[in-house]
Design a binder for this molecule. Structure first.
Ligand code: GLP
Length: 240
């Protein structure tokens, strides 16, 4: 793992954005694995700015998101479908037909099989990841098998409490989600993990220094050959 710690979030997100700008200039037809949550938002803002400044284009880019809630109305602002349009897709020249998000509103078996097949056919060049405070990646909660493919998962109470800040109440937070599996995440040629804030420091420590165990899903990243981890000093504070 290549681990970088930054004194400021500004410097952190500049560094991550630079990786994307460089990679997109090397290959304008990248297949990107994208993430939601609060963590990637400053990165998406920087990529929108880079697009506006004509440093990058998304015309040839394909995207695959990690996950989607199950049970939210399609008009709900917290569906990851709406999140991605609001935070990135509506502001750049991406072909929306080339953007993919697991579908949380159709028959589960069909949705899982469709996404598994799409991922098999479209190897991901760079997978972006945040990390849950319990070590989840995507919505792969603790004790998800490392060999899992896209599946339906019951969200951990901790995750629902963490994410309830974006909803009117805990009751409104969905209990289930559809998520890319851990084995599919590991297929990406390159993985970029971003974590900021003290509430991520335990999970970050376990991801990097802890045993590789299904009880801390992000720990499997120790076994991937090409992972870059971008941390602020708060998220990194248990490491030294
Ligand atoms: N499913 C997402 C994850 O992909 C994300 O990395 C994590 C952390 O979210 P945040 O960045 O808001 O802390 O939890 C969310 O629920």
């Amino acid at each position: 793992m290549n681990i970088q710690v930054f004194q400021s979030k500004e410097a952190l997100y500049d560094a991550v954005a630079k990786v994307y700008i460089d990679r997109l200039n090397q290959n304008p037809n990248l297949t990107l694995g994208l993430a939601t949550g609060t963590t990637p938002i400053p990165l998406y803002k920087k990529l929108i700015k880079a697009y506006q400044e004509k440093l990058i284009s998304f015309k040839g880019v394909k995207t695959f998101n990690l996950d989607e809630y199950i049970g939210l109305d399609e008009s709900h602002p917290e569906t990851y479908f709406n999140f991605m349009r609001r935070e990135l897709f509506n502001h750049v020249d991406i072909d929306l037909n080339q953007t993919h998000i697991p579908n949380g509103r159709i028959d589960f078996n069909e949705a899982m099989k469709d996404y598994q097949l799409l991922l098999q056919e479209n190897p991901i060049d760079i997978q972006l990841l945040g990390i849950g405070s319990n070590g989840h990646i995507g919505f792969n909660e603790p004790n998800t098998p490392f060999d899992s493919k896209t599946h339906i998962i019951e969200l951990a109470l901790k995750t629902r409490i963490d994410n309830s800040r974006l909803f009117n109440s805990l009751d409104e937070v969905p209990t289930h989600a559809i998520t890319m599996g851990i084995s599919e995440i590991l297929e990406a040629k390159e993985i970029i993990v971003i974590a900021t804030g003290k509430n991520k420091s335990d999970a970050v420590y376990e991801m990097i220094k802890g045993p590789v165990t299904e009880s801390l899903p992000a720990s499997i990243l120790q076994r991937h050959k090409n992972v870059m981890v971008f941390l602020d000093t708060d998220a990194a504070h248990k490491l030294t």
